[in-house]
Design a protein. Structure first.
Length: 129
């Protein structure tokens, strides 16, 4: 299945057999426009438009999506008992986006494919090493 990235910046694919095995053909996003996320009292989670997040990229030659990471996300979207962690992001330092993904590559792409318009995010401070 081919999906459009937000703001017309390209497309990406999730293999048809993954999509069908996860029974995503008739999936409809939950009310509110974002997936159910784990609430952690020690973290402030924000819900932001997906269009505010730069689509993460892989290095050339590295497969974009991994089945063992994508399938649990797609299954979690449909499970009433399952909540996923928020996507960890950094504040963008330049460019048209407010955020860049630090941890949540597959959650980002699965959310776009599933039709979510927002993402729960945890804004992280970059480590200065």
């Amino acid at each position: 299945m081919r999906f459009d990235l937000p703001v017309d910046v390209g497309t990406f694919e999730i293999p048809d057999d993954w999509w069908h095995f996860a029974e995503m053909e008739h999936f409809r996003p939950s009310p509110g426009g974002y997936y159910p996320y784990k609430i952690r009292p020690e973290n402030d989670i924000d819900v932001v438009p997906i269009t505010d997040i730069e689509p993460p990229r892989r290095d050339p030659g590295v497969p974009m999506l991994k089945k063992f990471k994508m399938m649990p996300v797609l299954f979690a979207f449909q499970s009433p008992e399952c909540a996923l962690p928020a996507v960890e992001v950094y504040l963008a330092t330049s460019g048209p986006y407010r955020f860049t993904v630090h941890n949540g590559f597959h959650r980002f792409y699965a959310s776009v494919a599933a039709g979510y318009k927002h993402l729960p995010v945890l804004i992280c401070e970059p480590l200065d090493l």
